[in-house]
Design a protein around this ligand. Structure first.
Ligand code: KG4
Ligand code: ZN
Length: 319
């Protein structure tokens, strides 16, 4: 990454994914993911350096996501970054993975403060009020399943592959929001809850009407559209309500579910009504990537004692 005036430019952004393994096993197996990461981390760093046409001398600092997340994966990243920072004699910048997701927005068109941030990933659904770099107030988050987890679990109930979010949204294009699914906690504070929605879907597909259909005549598409509509409705309603309450003029999104086109469409309509600017990263920067971590690092101080940095699987959002 490179910073020119107030713009952040990607020089290279290499992603190693075990998507084929995840599809085969229906999700991430933590130990297996960490083993794959050990194999790929050095080749990925080499590829990124080559693609950027930089040499070691051009690198100012090394940024690393140190939590929250799966401990095995975090350890591979943190220990590699510490080692490289030590042998290359570079500062080490620790980045909260969740904050990193929001900084994908600073790469193309940097937002202005204050703004409401909605983080929607496989493990998180969080609503945050940002007043400056490093200054934010946590408004609420999921009490059980995250939005992405709800997409993934509902997709599994429908016999779709992992990750389920893109599968449901593809199928939803062929259907209509016809089933009355619950919108949990839609008018209730800033927290979220999606596990009841998943249970409602499990019950719905076991009703004689749906079972008898054997998913023919567009039933599967209608189920997908109804699931997507329920999740999107909750996310949009609460985000817009927060923007109104805190009188912000900008909304920023982050996380894999921010790649959902229906979420983008509905949020755009509502934010235009409110004259609020909506920032959603390009699809490849919504899901996990290194560029967002490097972008966040431009606004974070380096670690005082890099060799003492520890991976923290349950790292909280703190200001
Ligand atoms: O942020 P992310 O790449 O990984 C972490 O969880 O940190 O998010 C992955 C999640 C998965 O649950 C996946 O189903 C969801 O993002 N996702 C989507 C879409 N693309 C990815 N959900 C809905 N619609 C999409 N187009
Ligand atoms: Zn993530």
């Amino acid at each position: 990454m490179e910073q020119k005036k107030d713009k952040i430019i990607i020089l290279s952004n290499v992603v190693a994914s075990s998507a084929s393994l995840q599809a085969k096993y229906g999700g991430i197996i933590p130990e297996q993911a960490a083993r794959e990461q050990i194999k790929s981390i050095i080749p990925v760093i080499e590829t990124a350096l080559n693609a950027s046409r930089l040499t070691l001398n051009d690198i100012n600092a090394i940024a690393v996501a140190y939590g929250p997340g799966l401990i095995g994966s975090l350890l591979v990243g943190v220990e590699t970054a510490k080692t490289l920072a030590y042998v290359w004699n570079k500062p080490l910048i620790p980045v909260n993975h969740l904050i990193g997701h929001f900084y994908a927005n600073w790469i193309s068109h940097p937002p202005n403060f204050p703004c409401i941030g909605l983080l929607v990933s496989g493990g998180h659904t969080d609503l945050i009020l940002f007043t400056d770099h490093g200054k934010y107030k946590y408004l609420g988050g999921t009490r059980d399943d995250a939005a992405g987890e709800c997409f993934d679990k509902c997709a599994r109930l429908l016999g779709l592959s992992y990750p389920g979010g893109p599968e449901i949204s593809k199928l939803a294009q062929k259907g209509k929001d016809t089933y009355q699914l619950p919108r949990p906690m839609i008018n209730d504070g800033w927290d979220f809850s999606f596990s009841g929605l998943k249970t409602a879907v499990a019950n719905l597909i076991n009703t004689p009407e749906v079972k008898k259909s054997d998913y023919t005549s567009g039933v599967k598409g209608n189920l997908a559209a109804s699931i997507q509509a329920a999740i999107v409705d909750v996310l949009v309603t609460k985000t817009i309500k927060a923007a109104k309450k805190y009188k912000v003029k900008q909304i920023i999104l982050g996380g894999g579910v921010a790649a959902n086109q229906e979420l983008a469409r509905k949020l755009k309509v509502q934010s235009e009504k409110l004259k609020v600017k909506l920032h959603i990263p390009p699809v490849n920067l919504c899901t996990d990537n290194a560029a967002m971590i490097a972008a966040a690092a431009f606004f974070i101080k380096p670690a005082k004692d890099p060799l003492k940095l520890q991976a923290d699987p349950s790292l909280a959002l703190k200001s």
